[in-house]
Design a protein around this ligand. Structure first.
Ligand SMILES: [Ca+2]
Length: 382
């Protein structure tokens, strides 16, 4: 199944027959991330269907002070760069082929995904509103219907949709501070990075970092899913979506750094939350990506999620096109690392070479990000 599992396929349907008690709910089922969410979530009617694009805050003279505060709670790791082999000729997904040589300049990467505490700093300073907050919904995996649903009222401060009071101020509950921020679109991640004086990692940087200097390592922690009987990352044990054994100690998202770092000193490079990369996504990109510091396909060559593309799925299953009639074509951006909802029988996204993608203006309960920067630093280009 994995040869098709990593591909992004949208199904749009009415959920009125799915037993959720709310007719007219549109939903996507995304085959590479079929997941179960927290129990107790309830779907309500949809918000606006068309995500809003936002301007990012400009870099100001406050950046240096801000960086000092950020570095205190979010250290970065210096990576030497150099040459490595990217991709896989043996993985079932064709978008990982061919394995090819890449040479990277030195760079720095956040030691762990951006946390709610960091994102809260950003929001309090800028009054930034995320895509999910603007459009009024975000994606959650609904375990009863076994599908991804757009759930009203879900955003980074209310990730499970269970707190009706979330959002009354810009804060999050103390217990959430060390969790990776989720329900952030690629555009939200870009805005945070600009504010922090950083940028998103490229996909090549992400894979280089995940491998930790190990040759062709399957997972960031080694070549076996368990080490001495222990799981070294937060992913899904059991057959998704029916059984989540929590054998790694976490049924949902884990605080960052709950598991050992990889040899480069980077935490959570496999599992916990998917992470946005700067690159556009194209399944064929590795066939012609450059040797030096690849940045992903151009705007012309990157794949898009469009109404037309969704319409193509019409013959394959149930959907209601009406709810998305306002959608504009949106670039797909790379996501990496898998999440707490990634399982061996689905995407196994925690493999170092596994590629995922999502439309840049959508947000999900298991997609976050971490920042990178050139070393020595320079003005972010993205
Ligand atoms: Ca887990």
């Amino acid at each position: 199944m994995r040869d098709t599992a990593i591909k992004l396929v949208f199904w749009l349907a009415l959920l009125g027959t799915a037993g959720m008690g709310a007719a007219g709910i549109g939903w996507f089922q995304i085959s590479h991330l079929p997941k179960r969410t927290h129990p107790g979530t309830h779907s309500t009617e949809l918000g606006a269907a068309n995500p809003t694009f936002k301007a990012v805050p400009p870099i100001s003279g406050q950046t240096i002070t801000r960086r000092a505060m950020l570095d205190n709670i979010a250290p970065m790791v210096s990576l030497s760069g150099g040459t490595f082999r990217m991709g896989s000729d043996t993985a079932p997904e064709k978008d990982q082929r061919p394995m090819h040589q890449v040479r990277l300049a030195p760079f720095k990467m956040d030691a762990h995904p951006v946390t709610n505490q960091q994102f809260q700093m950003f929001v309090r300073e800028t009054n930034y509103e995320t895509t999910a907050e603007q459009q009024g919904w975000s994606f959650i995996f609904h375990h009863e219907s076994k599908a991804w649903v757009r759930m009203v009222g879900v955003h980074w401060r209310n990730p499970a949709g269970t707190n009706p009071h979330a959002g009354l101020d810009s804060g999050v509950m103390t217990a959430m501070l060390d969790l990776p921020v989720v329900h952030v679109s690629w555009e939200d991640a870009q805005a945070f990075c600009r504010w922090a004086g950083k940028r998103l990692p490229t996909e090549a940087e992400w894979e280089f970092a995940a491998k930790g200097g190990l040759l062709n390592v399957l997972y960031p922690w080694g070549n076996q899913r368990q080490t001495n009987g222990q799981y070294l990352a937060n992913f899904w044990q059991g057959r998704f979506p029916d059984e989540n054994t929590g054998a790694d100690g976490f049924l949902g998202i884990a605080p960052v750094g709950s598991f050992p770092a990889n040899p480069y000193g980077l935490f959570d490079m496999g599992g916990n939350v998917w992470e946005w990369c700067g690159d556009r996504y194209a399944a064929e990109y590795y066939r012609h990506s450059p040797l030096e510091n690849p940045q992903g396909p151009s705007a012309e060559n990157g794949e898009m999620a469009t109404v037309a593309r969704l319409m193509l799925q019409r013959e394959r299953g149930r959907y209601a096109s009406e709810t998305l009639s306002g959608l504009e074509p949106v670039p797909l951006r790379v996501i990496r690392g898998g999440s707490f909802l990634s399982a061996e029988n689905t995407d196994a996204g925690y493999r170092t070479t596994a590629r995922g993608s999502q439309p840049q203006s959508l947000s999900f309960q298991d997609v976050g990000f971490r920042c990178a920067e050139c070393n020595p630093p320079k003005e972010p280009a993205m």
